[in-house]
Design a protein around this ligand. Structure first.
Ligand code: ADP
Length: 465
């Protein structure tokens, strides 16, 4: 069903403006036409009354001398004087017909009984006028005229035609003006909507919009900018807090880890050994989180430094797969490609961090499955590494968001633990290597890709940067 709220504001405003213009012009033209028609009718009535008076004066002697032929002759002359008169008649003081005239081809005519009553009536087609004939202050008869208003039809036809054309012109103009005004209004609104959508998608809260004017839209832009400022401020405070907290946690945590590792070696008695192992497990988790937080803080303050050296990516892939395989009792990590000692420039440790994060995610987000596949593809300029799992997958609409800080797909936080930091750090590391990271997830599971420039194109990119 047609709903007004489904039409865009822009179209609503255009419709409103065009509709208002049509109504206003319609009323104005209507009033003009009615006034014109009425004044024409009044002029016609006045001129026919004057004619009836002249006819009355000229027919006094005919009535007094009972000479209807003379009166008839005079009425017949009306054919030349006023051809629009279709019937004319003279009655005596008793209301009886004295003389009459009918235009050729006019329908039959009977003079109404008037008896000294003056009246006039103008209809849409015809006009009726009667006027008493007075002689020596005595009414001796009446003159009656029936007039065809042919000219009125023509006038009306012309006016309606003109009004229609003017209305069309007004419609076109008001549409064009509405289009211009509305495009200015909607352009600014759409700009704002676009900015809000972009912020929602990318989480870049440092965007503000240029304010122009003092109208409601400018107020809306001001409110948006203020909101962005406030979010930016609170983000800054959050980043500062993360930075300080992770720094403060790092030292005691390293010392706790050292002591627990020592205990783990020394303690052999059960169940104490089991408790120590559990503690160590949790300390390791905590250490990973603190490391991630520290990395995020470094990325935010631009302090994440890379130690770029040439290294063998095939060896790194093998080493990392072995390391990830050691901690996974559920999944088998399969390498599909054939290692051929590809050399790249980069920070080996950071690339290893990316690989470990992607592999542990592939295992973590595919519960109940038992396989993860690692593959790579070499193009002329770059190496693309693919990590495929057969797990829960990433919904299409969230694929762009998962690389943002603290973002976790809907519903995932209930069953699988995590902080939404790993992919954010991975993206930053890969970007700094002039590479790209992305995800594809269609049927079952997902494939995470990242590309790294090969040795020769890395140096070119570095020079360009
Ligand atoms: P974490 O795993 O700690 O939540 P990440 O930054 O590594 O943080 O991942 C962000 C989010 O992306 C995860 O919370 C999850 O929703 C989604 N995700 C990452 N890897 C996968 C994957 N292999 N399969 C499905 N979803 C994934």
């Amino acid at each position: 069903m047609f709903k007004l709220r489904d039409i865009s504001i822009r179209n609503k405003l255009i419709l409103m403006q065009v509709f208002t213009s049509v109504v206003v012009f319609g009323i104005v033209f209507g009033v003009f036409i009615i006034t014109d028609v009425n004044s024409y009718k009044q002029r016609k009535v006045d001129s026919m009354i004057s004619l009836a008076q002249v006819i009355g004066t000229n027919s006094i002697s005919s009535i007094q001398f009972q000479d209807p032929e003379a009166a008839k002759k005079m009425l017949a002359d009306l054919h030349n004087v006023a051809p629009e008169i279709i019937h004319a008649g003279i009655t005596n003081k008793n209301g009886q017909a004295f003389a009459s005239y009918s235009k050729i081809k006019a329908d039959s005519f009977k003079i109404p009984v008037l008896k000294g009553k003056a009246f006039s009536f103008a209809g849409e087609q015809q006009l009726f006028v009667s006027n008493p004939i007075v002689s020596n202050n005595e009414i001796i008869g009446d003159v009656f005229l029936q007039v065809q208003l042919t000219e009125l039809q023509k006038i009306k036809h012309d006016k309606y035609g003109l009004a229609f054309v003017l209305l069309l012109v007004a419609l076109v103009f008001s549409f064009l003006i509405a289009l211009m005004v509305q495009s200015y209004i909607s352009k600014r609104l759409l700009k704002l909507v676009h900015a809000i959508k972009k912020v929602g998608k990318t989480g870049e809260y440092n965007k503000t919009l240029e304010e122009d004017g003092k109208d409601e839209i400018a107020t809306l832009i001001q409110a948006f900018n203020k909101l962005m400022e406030e979010i930016k401020e609170s983000q800054k405070k959050k980043d500062e807090f993360i930075g300080i907290a992770s720094h403060e946690l790092k030292t005691p945590l390293t010392s706790i880890k050292g002591y627990v590792e020592m205990l783990n070696v020394l303690e052999q008695e059960q169940p104490k050994k089991k408790f120590v192992e559990k503690t160590l497990n949790n300390v390791n988790k905590l250490e990973r989180l603190v490391k991630d937080l520290l990395d995020v803080s470094k990325i935010q303050s631009g302090q994440l430094k890379l130690d770029i050296k040439e290294f063998n990516i095939d060896e790194l892939l093998d080493e990392t797969i072995i390391a990830a395989q050691m901690v996974s009792g559920t999944h088998h990590i399969e390498r599909k490609d054939h290692p051929d000692n590809k050399m790249i420039f980069g920070d080996k440790q950071r690339i290893e961090q990316v690989l470990l994060n992607l592999l542990s995610n592939a295992i973590k987000y595919s519960p109940g499955e038992n396989k993860v596949v690692v593959d790579s593809e070499k193009t002329e300029k770059e190496l693309i590494i693919k990590i495929r799992d057969y797990g829960i997958g990433v919904p299409k609409e969230e694929q762009i968001n998962i690389f943002e800080r603290f973002y976790r797909t809907k519903g995932v936080s209930v069953h699988i633990s995590g902080f939404g930091l790993g992919l954010y750090i991975c993206r930053d590391i890969i970007n700094r290597h002039y590479g790209k990271i992305w995800v594809e997830s269609a049927d079952k599971g997902s494939i995470f890709y990242f590309s790294l420039p090969l040795k020769h194109s890395f140096t070119t990119q570095q020079t360009q940067a």
